[in-house]
Design a protein around this ligand. Structure first.
Ligand code: A4P
Ligand code: MG
Length: 179
């Protein structure tokens, strides 16, 4: 008899999937929040962290309109991790949003400074367009704070042209090791 909890059963897939999660924070102790989040990802059901990028300091950026503009708030710390998960994409998003809430995340307005943002960048080769979830993440290719750490851990996922297109965006790798 299986020892899985009912929640794990309903969220389970047969085959584990490789997925990439972007982490960002610019409120409070952002470095500690990102490291805690990586540990917490390990505690999601059926999920292991396989690779973690370094920590990057980046200027707040608004790319919602398709144009780049400075966004309010302090510099961000950003990173990307590769996970292997048996959760389906919706259950994974539920888990990410729960971790955001646990970090004290509030959403007073769009692009507001935040204690923790966890975005699902890629979920295997899936293309998902639902009211709750767009994968690949629709804005990932406009952002050095996503592409540079993603290329560090998964160079096959980012082309030289994509990196070139965001080269002008300020991003600095911190020398303090992996997230
Ligand atoms: N949602 C849809 N697709 C996804 C996905 N692939 N991953 C929905 C995660 N969520 C996804 O997100 C709003 C809704 O998007 C969710 O309810 C989910 O159902 P949110 O995190 O609640 O709100 P948000 O932060 O305003 O939106 P989002 O999409 O996270 O913001 P962005 O566009 O990612 O921008 N500058 C720097 N330097 N570094 C940053 O990390 N981050 C942002 C946030 C802006 N500027 C930044 C950074
Ligand atoms: Mg988000």
């Amino acid at each position: 008899m299986s020892t899985d909890s009912p929640d794990e059963k309903t969220a389970a897939r047969r085959e584990p999937v490789t997925a990439y999660v972007a982490l960002g924070a610019n409120l409070g102790n952002a470095g500690a929040a990102l490291r805690r989040a990586v540990q917490a990802l390990e505690s999601l059901p059926l999920t292991q962290v396989r690779h973690r990028s370094g920590l990057y300091k980046t200027a707040p950026l608004d790319t919602d309109s398709g144009n780049e503009a400075p966004a309010p708030g302090a510099d961000y710390l950003n990173a990307v991790v590769e996970i292997e998960t048996g959760l389906n994409a919706c259950a994974l998003l539920d888990g990410l949003q729960q971790l955001e809430l646990q970090s004290g995340r509030e959403r007073p307005y769009r692009n507001a400074p935040r204690t923790l943002d966890l975005d699902l960048l890629l979920y295997g080769s899936a293309r998902i367009e639902s009211p709750r979830l767009s994968v690949p993440h629709p804005r990932m290719h406009q952002r050095a704070f996503v592409l540079v750490p993603l290329a560090e851990i998964a160079p096959q996922q980012v082309s030289a042209e994509q990196l070139q297109a965001v080269k002008h965006q300020a991003i600095e790798q911190l020398g303090s090791g992996l997230v």
